[in-house]
Design a protein around this ligand. Structure first.
Ligand code: NAD
Length: 497
């Protein structure tokens, strides 16, 4: 598939794709594919004005009607799935099925949010006073900034935007400077939904293109009550305190260092397949990628040998080619960081299998995923390297395995492979995994949108997507209604005048 017709099919014009000062390259071959126009910093005031005006109109539109816009977005995404998936592959280097899977995730969250638009309800609460009733109401919060990372260039926007829009909030999107094309294509698709919807206010969903300074304009503005930021822990350390300082609300979705425990009773065939998918899928560039394998010492040797065999036969190369399972890293810097991590792992006593640079498409950063046997959970194992490196550590007792699983600064995703009910339940219990996502007999990556997504500790504590994550996008009001002819005070307080 050549990309020009795809971009045209997504309503992107050559003016939008050339003459700008932000060079967009494809990780497939490192070549420049567009020069897009960045949003001038001086524009940000007008962006916020439009968002506020949109908020004042949108917050009073009935929520099910707001849901109709998201329903139409889901329809437009279905119609443009192949084209948008192809742009994800071109700009983020994902293999074709993962590019399409990312768009499917957008469609799924739209479906979820449409249903949600009729379920934004609060509680009715018993009042201690006669003739009184208490209840909670949920109201739109205001302009919502969505700052996204390169590795899920479209799905993360949709997780936030679909919920924010049905909750009554306009959205301002600052995508990664490495993936503005996918963002532009998504906005073009959104505009098709808007045109069919008819009477949405201008500025309901805006896109600003640029780097960290543009993100900072949103993070620092008291006119943005909610900032949802996805990216590195380094970014979260800056963004979190800045939003907190102005008493804003943030949803932080930061780095992960995800583990799998393989227990003696595990179905090893299933475990092997889950390990390979979650450790090398998306070339190890998912926040939920498997990075640490904590394997019972009785299984270690055999499992590592089987994994090394599976890794040696992985098809690595052009992500558009049929059969490829491992595409490129995002850029040469990512490759250099991977090689540096492997060097450090060797210095910390590790034995490295794989990890070599391989021929892919000239100009791209292609690498064979690495398995690294470690004598202990050393410094490099405790850090997130955004590349396909799987550290293997062994354990003797389950409590040691859980301590290793929890013994890192990050807390995103985790899992155990076991057929022992006691082990599985212990892992899921209060004394088990400390992560936001804990699975049994499933790898740590590839979450469904129905559950709340996010993690603890340095992963930031935010939750997006399903379950009751919508509550972060709304403000809660507690209402007490007196339908009696008396004015009793709570707690029996007397104040007679
Ligand atoms: P990054 O932190 O370099 O950039 C992410 C976004 O933050 C970009 O849009 C960037 O422009 C913006 N940004 C950076 N500094 C900023 C600042 N000071 N103020 C405002 N905005 C700022 O991350 P990346 O390399 O694009 O993505 C990879 C990282 O993202 C990994 O650590 C990965 O684990 C994480 N990630 C986490 C999740 C999750 O849900 N937990 C999902 C995807 C990616």
């Amino acid at each position: 598939m050549t990309i020009e017709p795809v971009l045209t099919a997504l309503d992107l014009t050559s003016d939008q794709l050339s003459g700008g000062d932000l060079s967009v390259t494809s990780p497939i071959d490192g070549r420049e594919i567009a020069q897009v126009h960045q949003t001038p910093a001086s524009e940000m005031g007008a962006v916020l004005d439009r968002a506020e005006a949109a908020f004042h109109a949108w917050r009073t539109v009935p929520a099910p009607r707001r849901g109709e816009l998201v329903r139409l977005l889901g329809e437009e995404l279905r119609a443009a799935k192949d084209e948008l998936g192809a742009v994800v592959t071109l700009e983020a280097g994902k293999i074709t099925s993962e590019g399409l899977g990312e768009v499917q995730e957008m469609i799924d969250i739209c479906d979820f949010a449409v249903g949600l638009s009729r379920q934004l309800y609060g509680l009715t609460i018993a009042s201690e006073r006669p003739g009184h009733r208490m209840m909670e109401t949920w109201h739109p919060l205001g302009p919502t900034a969505v700052i996204t990372a390169f590795n899920f260039p479209v799905a993360v926007w949709s997780w936030n935007a679909a919920l924010a829009l049905v909750c009554g909030n306009p959205v301002i999107w600052k995508p990664s400077e490495k993936s503005p094309l996918t963002a532009m294509a998504t906005m073009a698709i959104f505009n098709r939904a808007l045109a069919r919807f008819g009477d949405a206010p201008e500025g309901l969903a805006q896109l600003v293109i640029g780097g960290a300074d543009l993100g900072d304009a949103l993070v620092s503005s008291p006119r943005v009550p909610l900032v949802s930021a996805t990216g590195s822990t380094r970014m979260g350390r800056i963004v979190g305190p800045k939003v907190a300082e102005r008493f804003g609300r943030s949803i932080l979705e930061l780095g992960g260092n995800n583990a799998m425990i393989v227990a003696p009773s595990a179905d090893l065939d299933m475990a092997l397949r889950a390990i390979v998918f979650s450790a090398v899928g998306t070339a190890g560039q998912r926040c939920t990628s498997l990075r640490r394998l904590i394997v019972h010492e009785s299984l270690r040797e055999g499992l590592v040998a089987n994994l090394a065999r599976a890794y040696a036969s992985l098809p690595i190369g052009d992500p558009r080619a049929e059969g490829t399972l491992v595409g490129p890293l995002i850029d040469k810097e990512a490759l250099a960081r991977m090689q540096a991590a492997l060097e450090q792992a060797r210095a910390e006593g590790g034995t490295v299998h794989g990890g070599e640079v391989v021929e892919g498409v000239a100009g791209g950063a292609y690498v064979r995923p690495a398995i690294v046997e470690m004598p202990a959970q050393s410094d490099i194992v405790r850090a997130e390297t955004f590349a396909p490196i799987l550290y293997v550590i062994s354990y003797d007792r389950l409590d040691q395995a859980i301590a290793l699983q929890n013994g890192v600064p990050q807390g995103l995703s985790s899992c155990i492979f076991t057929r022992d009910l006691r082990e599985a339940e212990t892992f899921l219990s209060a004394a088990g995994s400390d992560c936001g996502i804990s699975n049994v007999n499933i790898g740590p990556s590839g979450a469904e949108i129905g559950g709340a997504f996010g993690g603890e500790k340095e992963t930031g504590g935010g939750r997006e997507s399903g379950s009751d994550a919508w509550k972060a996008y709304m403000r809660r009001a507690t209402n007490t209604i007196n339908y009696s002819d008396a004015l009793p005070l709570a707690q029996g307080v007397r104040f007679d005048i």
